[in-house]
Design a protein around this ligand. Sequence first.
Ligand code: GLN
Length: 194
Amino acid sequence: MKELTIAVLAVQGAFREHEDMLRRLGCTPHEIRERADWDACPHWDGLILPGGESTVQGKLLHELHLFEPIRQAIRDGLPVFATCAGLILLAEHLADDETVHLGTLPVTVRRNAYGRQLGSFSQNIDCGPVKDYPAIFIRAPYIEQVSAKVTPLAAIDNHIVAARYQNQIGLAFHPELTDDTRIHEAFLDLAKKE
Ligand code: GLN
């Protein structure tokens, strides 16, 4: 079988951990550091947007001329897997904040929803079909509102922390920082199908 071409946005944040996870699953990651990296492949099977600092990532997407091609590819159906800051990049709205980055996921996301300093914790959660998953939250956002077409996948105290909309999966936590590969496997399954 042809190997999947999975792009990992590698301009800032926890991209290496996602790459390690992909390698563990037998898939070679392709780092996107500049426009030429994106243009090198005529058809990506999937894209990972890692955690980090969404404001910095959003700015770099524009400066590196990656913003338009990535947004268009997601709109055209590219499977995308976004964690934490990546979820913030995808959100159509941010709570109490006029900023919109890619804006392809019809949800409202609250940044630093658990506080800035003490907002890091881990908790086992059910995420769609993946049960009892050890989720790590670091200055995490949560999803405050979803449009009717969005499927919530996980929640803590009535706040949605994972959701899917068509080809887009957004998580408030960091599956790349655990030893549990199940959520990455689920994304690769989606990338295979689309
Ligand atoms: N708080 C960060 C932001 O707003 C996201 C945190 C993370 O990715 N771990 O960009």
